[in-house]
Design a protein around this ligand. Sequence first.
Ligand code: NIG
Ligand code: FE
Length: 403
Amino acid sequence: MTKQCDLVIDNVRIASMQKNGKPYGILTQSSVAIKNGKVLAIFDGSQESYHCNKRYNGENKWLLPGFIDCHTHLVYGGNRANEFEQRLQGKTYTEIAQQGGGIQGTVNATREASEHTLLSSAIKRASRLVEEGVTCIEVKSGYGLDLDTELKMLKVAKQIAEYLPVSIVTTYLGAHAVPKEYRSNPDDYVQFICDRVIPAVARQQLASCVDVFCESIGFSPAQCRKVFAAAKTHKLNVKAHVEQLSDLKGAKLAAEFAAISVDHIEYLDPKDIPALKQSGTVAVLLPGAFYYLSETQKPPVAELRANKIPIAIATDLNPGSSPIASILTIMNMASVLFGLTPEEVLYGVTIHAAKALELSSKGQVKTGMDADLCLWDIEHPAELVYGINQHRPSAKWFAGRIC
Ligand code: NIG
Ligand code: FE
């Protein structure tokens, strides 16, 4: 019997990124039927069992799931080019933060910016990612720190999806830095996060995750514990910036709260990896920040691999440690700087990135999943990681609609 669908993409090679025992989840079939924004079936082109008005000839190009950038801070005011110059003159990221610059500098600019200014600059940055095949972006708050500006940031982040073919996952990152008005009593700020902001974020459904910066220039493990507990009370997922500049045992703490991801982790002690395994936590590597801060300590990739921890890769797009609006560049960095194979990198921006955001219907070309798909004019998927600025998708579908 002939089945109805909205679109058939024919004549493609499919790197499904499923975990099917084949490299890149490569499938033997060459056609994909799409209905109501989902993949209805993946089948062999010689079968004429799907009827639809639209057919797209993929010309033997490679079809992959749209990329997922699972860690960004792309809503912010101003920029930090001045700080970049200071760092070139020898000041460290930590010193700049301790002198009231860094994240605090962006907080001042973000508080001052109108919603319109924030939205238009965020759309510009998000467009750079979308052009490269990104169909889902996580966006964190954390440059407002007061109630109104944090909510404003999250609203702006959500609005991006009204202007671009991309889905947005929002994360409340109140525990990013201690704002100047709480400098002498940071514990009161943590209390404010837990008692005022998290309940408001949950009530207004402005974020699905809560994140923290567990670091000497951020928040102590004891303070992060309080934030995690409040997040759990309000049924929000936990994520954490941990072990970026030092080992405060943030990953172990995050695992206790079944964090969906721990991010950065250059200074993660391999002894803490089994805890991540047990909690099913994804390790999100951010080679942009490693590169930009001239870090030398690499994340424990071999041990993560040995323990079969899912590894995701993201841009960390932000004005300070990673002003890099290019997922493809970051993918190359993950291989060159951290030694990930092209296949690991591609899993890192698809199925593992979906897991880092608890999205069960994205990150794979698979029956029943969202039809967020990109077609690439390449000879092999590894080419997407091997070069820099060589490729753009030759076609793209978001929720089954061509972009
Ligand atoms: O992921 N480490 C903390 N947060 C960001 C940097 C934010 C900033 O410098 O503005 C990060 O690297
Ligand atoms: Fe970050």
